[in-house]
Design a protein around this ligand. Sequence first.
Ligand SMILES: *Cc1c(COP(=O)(O)O)cnc(C)c1O
Length: 377
Amino acid sequence: MTRAEIVVDLAAIRRNVATLKAMAGVAMMTVVKADGYGHGMLESARAAREAGADWLGVATLDEALALRATGDTGRMLCWLTVPADDLAPVLAADIDVTAYTVAELDRIAEAAARAGGAPYRVQLKVDTGLSRGGATLAEWPDVVARARAGEQAGTWRITGIWSHFASSEVPDDPANDEQEKVFEEALAIAADGGLEPEVRHLANSAAAILRPSSRYDLVRCGIASYGLDPAPGLHQVELIPAMTVRAELALVKHVEAGAAVSYGRRWTAAEPTTLGLVPIGYAEGVARRASPGAEVLIEGSRRPIRGTICMDQFVVDLGGDTPAPGSEVLLWGPGTRGEPTAEEWAQATGTISYEIVTRLGGRLSRRHIDSQRETER
Ligand SMILES: *Cc1c(COP(=O)(O)O)cnc(C)c1O
């Protein structure tokens, strides 16, 4: 085994995508931005397509172009451009781009003129209360008018109108009702302005699962596709975490009572014990804040992390046990062998599972397996 690696089960991603699509009953966009939430964008995208993902969603133009470069010819949406971005290659690659403003539509028109081959596909995003990207309701009529003018000029078709929730993981937050109401208003303004989008969409994973009223024509599922619960504890749908993080136990040793462990001497052994050294640290994305609190699984037992997590390594309390150096250390996984889940690490770290899986990097390698097909790719 390798010193430390991420193992991703593509069968789990396929299962989750199929489960979510069947549940939602509308078109499925699998969101594969940020390297597939740390699971590998290209492999995750392929698994999602095999399971019936009608669309792929990414943030940046580069992500969309990378997917096209692998031969994916399906529908694809990106939503985060900056003025310096060259939109022409993205339009030419048959990718739906998102506009928030009249200025952005003007830039798309300019790029379309250079690219030739119009009409292209453009979606509009309205800000219904997240106050992040998207046109406010005050700006919306002008955006709709510019969008319609571009349709009449043959530059593009407005294929979608969409928005994004602020608190969908809290299903009874009244802000969700309010955002749906504003979305309805925006759709009505767009219809009055002559736009007939092919897809209207609002729901991310949590909303797709918890708010049927928000599903419209398409749902955009990120985190749930990877098997992590967007609203921990609500357990509305059966998901399988796709990611396992494992390492090889580097060292085991006995220490006496009073031994202080790791930088800052933040934990001291109250009695004689055994300690294990795990060769992965915050350089790999294992948050320093995860200690105290997080645990790992070694030889079937949970072992608490002791003292400060370092750049390259951390120490666990083996409680007198002496597993052989080289034994497998499971940081997190689906939980089927008793190992912690990414959600447990999120709770120990004071964050959400999204951050736990997406922030991994450093010297970790990543391997894709397929528990259904028993192949490695
Ligand atoms: C990341 C993202 C999603 C996916 O959200 P999840 O909560 O992971 O399902 C959907 N829509 C937009 C606009 C996003 O940025």
